[in-house]
Design a protein around this ligand. Sequence first.
Ligand SMILES: Cc1cc2nc3c(=O)[nH]c(=O)nc-3n(C[C@H](O)[C@H](O)[C@H](O)COP(=O)(O)OP(=O)(O)OC[C@H]3O[C@@H](n4cnc5c(N)ncnc54)[C@H](O)[C@@H]3O)c2cc1C
Length: 600
Amino acid sequence: MPSYKAPTRDTRFVVNEVLKLESHGDLPGFAELTPDIVDAVIEESGKFAAEVLAPLNASGDAQGCTRGADGSVTTPAGFKEAHRQFREAGWGTLSAPAEFGGQGMPHVLGFAVEEYMSAANQAFAMYPGLTNGAVSALLAKGSPDLQRKYLPKMVANEWLGTMNLTEPQCGTDLGLIRTKAEPQADGSYAITGTKIFISAGEHDLTDNIIHLVLARLSGAPEGTKGISLFVVPKVLVNDDGTLGARNAVSCGAIEHKMGIHANATCVMNYDGATGWLVGEENKGLAAMFIMMNAARLGVGLQGLSQAEVAYQNGARYAIERRQGRALTGPAEPQEPADPLLVHPDVRRMLMDARAFTEGLRALALWVGLQVDLAHLAPSEEERQTADDLVGLLTPVIKGYGTDRGFATTVDMQQIWGGHGYIAENGMEQFVRDARIAMIYEGANGIQAMDLVGRKLAAGGGRAIRAFFALVDSECASAKDEAALADLAQRVEKANAELKAATMWFMQNAMTNPDNAGAGATPYLHLAGIVALGLMWLRMAKTAAEALAGDTQDKAFYQAKLTTARYFGERFTPDAGALRRKIESGAEAMMALPAEAFETV
Ligand SMILES: Cc1cc2nc3c(=O)[nH]c(=O)nc-3n(C[C@H](O)[C@H](O)[C@H](O)COP(=O)(O)OP(=O)(O)OC[C@H]3O[C@@H](n4cnc5c(N)ncnc54)[C@H](O)[C@@H]3O)c2cc1C
C-alpha cells in the first residue's frame, strides 16, 4: 500500500525562509501570521491529509461513485465522514474572506494546504477545491443579495460548488454553448440544457450543491460574446436561508473514467431550472474566468501533489527493493543484492522528481503570495506587478506543472518495475489520477496558447519583461557567490534562450500565426524551466546562508544545494533544445495535406 507524509519541512522552508512571510506583516491579514501560527497550520493540515484523507485514496478509487435510479450519487465509504471532519476543522475556509465566515488567511497558506489534501486524495480534494473557485466568482461578480444567500454556506463548505461549462458539442470552444436561459417575471431565469463532465455535479456530501452555469440568453450575440453566467442551486434557498423545493436540475449519468474515480463526473440535465444571473448579461465568460484562473492554479497544484506522493513511494521502494549490484562494486556485499538506489538511472528519476517537486512547490507558493500582493499591496504599482506575474505564470504552473507532474508519476511507477503496473501496489493510481490535470481547466495546449497568444502581449509585454528582469537580477546577485555561481550562469543562459524565443515570436508569429501555435508548448516548458530556475536560485541562496550560520539542520540545507546543482545540470540544458524547436516554426508541422492523416 502506498503511504503519504506531507512535506511540511519543505513547505516551512519556502514559506518562512525563502518567501519570509513574516516580512509582509504590514499587509492586512498577515500581521498575526507569526512563524508559530504558520507552522501550526502547515503541520496540522499535513496531519489531517495523511491521517484522514490518504487512507481513503485507494478504497475510494476501487469503489468509485455510484448513481441511484433517482439520480442521486453516493460517494465511496468514508467520504461523508471525512468531509464532515474537513469542514469542522475549517480546512476549506482558510483563505476565504472573514466577511463571509472565512479565516482570511493568505492564499500562500491556502495553496500549501491544498497541495497536501490533493496529494493525499485528489478525488476528495476536488469537492471543496471547486467550491473555492465558485466562491471567488461570486465574490467578484455576484450581487450583494446572491453573496448573502450563498457565500456563508459555501465558505463553510456546508454547500459545495461546481462549474458547468462543457457540453457535448462544446469543449475548448465555449462559443458553441447551447444551454438556454429565459428571463422570468420575478427576475430569475429558466435554464435548459445538458452539461457533461461536471466534476462533483451530484453527491451526498452536502444538502445543497451550488452550480455556476454558463448559458445563452435568447437573442444573445453568437459566440463567446453572448454567454452569461448563472447560479443554479440544486435545492432552492428560501429568503430566510432555509432549504426549499428541489430545483429542476439532475444528474443523468456518471462517467466511468481513467482516474479520480471517487469524484463524481456527471452529465447534468437542466430542465427549466431556476437560476440567477451573476454579473452582467453576455459577460459570463469574464466572470467564469475568475473561477477558472483560481481553478487553474489549483490544477497545477494537483500536478505537484501527485508527483510528490508518487516520489515518496518511489523513493521508499528504491531503498527497500534489492536488485543487481552497484556499477562501482557491491555497496552491501553481505546482502544478496544492492538496493535500487545504487543505480544511477534510478537516481536520475528520483533526482528529476525532487528537483521538479521542490521547484514547483516554491513557484506555486511564491505565486500564491503574488495573488495576495495583487489584492493587498499598498501601492497600485506593486499590485499591478503582482497581478501581471500571476497572469503570466498561471498557465506555466498549470501546463508545465501538470505535464511534468504526470511524467514524474510515470517515472516513479517505473522505479517499481512490473510491480508498479499491478493495481494493488497503488503506483498506477497516481498515474491515472495525475493524467486528468493535463486535460481539464483548459487542456495544456490551450494553456500554452494562452501564454504565447495572450499573456506575452498583455500590457505591451509588461509581465514578461518584469519576469526577465527578476530572473536577470537574481542571477546577477548570485554569480559572485561560489555556492551559486554555476547555477546562476545556467539559469541566466536559459533565460537568454527564453528571451530569444520571445523575440522570435514577435518577428514570426504576426506574419504566420501557426508559428505561435507550433512553438507554444515548447515555449511553455521553456518558461517552466526558467521559472523553476529562479526558484532554485532563491532556495540555494537561502540554504547557503543557513549553512554559513549555526544550523541544526545541515542535512536538509546540504540536500537543497545538491538538488539545486542537479537542477542546473539536468533541467536547464533543455532550454536550448526547446528554443530550437520553437524557431523551426510551423512549416513542416503544417505541410501535409489533410488526406495524409486519413488512416481508416
Ligand atoms: C474527469 C473530467 C472532469 C471534468 N470536469 C469539468 C467540470 O467540472 N466542468 C466543466 O465544465 N468541464 C469539465 N471537464 C471538461 C474539460 O474541461 C474538457 O474536457 C476540456 O476543456 C477539453 O474539452 P474537450 O474534451 O471537448 O476537448 P476538445 O475541445 O475537443 O479538444 C480536444 C483536443 O484538441 C485541442 N484543441 C482544441 N481546440 C484547440 C485550439 N484552438 N488550439 C489548440 N488546440 C486545441 C485541445 O487542447 C485538446 O487536446 C471535465 C473533463 C473530465 C474528463
